[in-house]
Design a protein around this ligand. Sequence first.
Ligand code: ADP
Ligand code: MG
Length: 385
Amino acid sequence: MSDIRDEVAAGFTEIYGSAPLGIWSAPGRANLIGEHTDYNEGFVLPFAINRRTVVALGAREDGVIRVASAFADEVAEIAIAELSPERLRDWSAYPLGVAWALGQHGADLGAVPGVDLYIESTVPVGAGLSSSAAIESAVAVALNEVWQLGLDRQTLARVGQLAENKAVGAPTGIMDQSASLLGRHDHAVFLDCRSLESSLVELGFAAAGLELLVIDTGVSHDHATGGYAARRASCELGARLMGVGSLRDLSVDDLPRAREVLDDETFRRVRHVITENQRVLDTVAALRTEGPLAIGELLDASHVSMRDDFEISVPELDLAVETAQANGAIGARMTGGGFGGAAIALVPSEGVSRIQVAIDGAFAEHGFSQPTTFTVTASDGAGRD
Ligand code: ADP
Ligand code: MG
């Protein structure tokens, strides 16, 4: 981390002409299990990863907020008093949307001082590892501290979600921000997306001789359009037709009735969410009683459910998962919202390079672009560096 912190400080000074006041960072996340359950008020089990988005912040005398990123050429600038979702666009809608959303959660935006922000990141963008939550959470903790807002981490997670929903226009749930804000070294965040109660669950991968491999297919996704919104709509329809407020209110016992009430496609969407909620609960129980070697089948079953029932996988993700499984992975599944992005595989340490070679070979054989594979470890959540 120390090199990127130095880089960010130097980058800030180059752009704004003085040293930053401080540096904050927030991690991306991998979701161990629990996909498309968050906006159905269900359960998720993500963990913060050792790839972070780092924000350098400097104070200003006036009420202007400026934001720059190594990711983009231009510096975006707006008067804090004029922040509104309609005025924000492109990548700067993420950090500036957070500033606006803090106002929606009680910050007096008429009274806070201006700030300059500069952002760098080691979280791959659009890979399903939530570079979006990383940038939101890093900016949220920085502004929360500098503007002395005293908001707790659950509230900051809602702030990030509000920014993404309203300023960016992506109808995503609360999981990613929660993982980025609440994560802890060697632990996953078990989150009830209805109550927002969370607890940490020890992963113990290293102690069990395991590594968590991420296979970034390079197939890009876009949450603001298309399939993601369509899946949300299917879930809402399913809940309505089943007479419940959200799919969280259904369990595997309701599946026979769902089969009768719903059309085939809606039924399969609903079955994914119901069974995925159960798999999250089973994974937490398995980690707590038996340890990580016991969760492989649950990861595998989650992938099948996303591929066949929720239909959010792509051939590259299926190939990554199948190749990992065939070459000694304990379990594997696509992770994130789907339609591209990354898969994860839980792999014996000594098998990592063999699986990487096998996946590269399989992708070449199928004429797919080479994926990027790397291991991640469960890391601490957002904070001041
Ligand atoms: P994911 O969260 O899976 O990486 P998203 O599409 O949700 O993908 O979010 C990616 C978007 O977030 C980028 O296209 C960009 O607009 C914004 N973003 C993420 N990281 C940064 C960064 N370091 N600097 C500027 N914008 C960023
Ligand atoms: Mg995202």
